[in-house]
Design a protein. Structure first.
Length: 183
């Protein structure tokens, strides 16, 4: 009798641990990929890659890696400047809001939350705010990414301390794909 109970318990445990694993594998293989079918999620694909980033005067600013992850639902940015600064952003298309969103956090305490979309000229324009840990207030902030004819991407960030009446350049960088000549 004890042996029969043991076998029943062993079978129950085997089923409990094996069936979900098998079921999970089948579910993953057949999982829908909604972002792959949504046209807007590809609008920022021109920024995907491993890039050497240079200032307008040619000085190297750093290296940036942009990867499409989570079934094509998010672009993850990993930045490393030549001066040792780092940062990460998540960029995704919000179908409910009908816009792109970037959330950035830098090792220097910078927080960026900007939103927007693809413009008629093909550039991605996102606006919102920047804030720093340990500082009061926040500033209006905007970024523009433009695919240039030579394959580089120009990234232009500006901030405003007066509610958008005037804008100050925060960063201008030219992205060149790794393995190609910087121009």
């Amino acid at each position: 009798m004890k042996q029969r109970r043991f076998r029943a318990l062993a079978c129950a445990l085997l089923v409990a641990f094996c069936v979900p694993v098998t079921g999970q594998d089948a579910t993953d293989a057949e999982a829908p990929r909604p972002c792959a079918d949504l046209r807007e999620t590809s609008q920022f694909d021109f920024w995907i890659g491993t890039w050497d980033v240079h200032m307008a005067d040619g000085r190297k600013a750093g290296v940036n890696v942009i990867a499409k992850e989570q079934g094509g639902c998010v672009l993850v940015e990993t930045w490393a400047s030549v001066r040792g600064g780092t940062g990460t952003s998540m960029n995704y298309y919000d179908p409910a809001g009908g816009q792109w969103v970037q959330n950035w956090i830098g090792a220097d305490g910078s927080l960026i939350d900007i939103r927007g979309g693809l413009q008629d000229d093909g550039a991605m324009l996102l606006t919102g705010f920047i804030q720093y840990y340990g500082r009061d207030g926040r500033r209006d902030f905007r970024g523009r990414w433009t695919l240039l004819d030579d394959g580089r991407v120009k990234q232009h960030f500006e901030e405003s301390a007066d509610g958008g009446d005037t804008w100050t350049e925060w960063f201008i960088g030219y992205y060149t794909r790794r393995g190609t000549d910087a121009r």
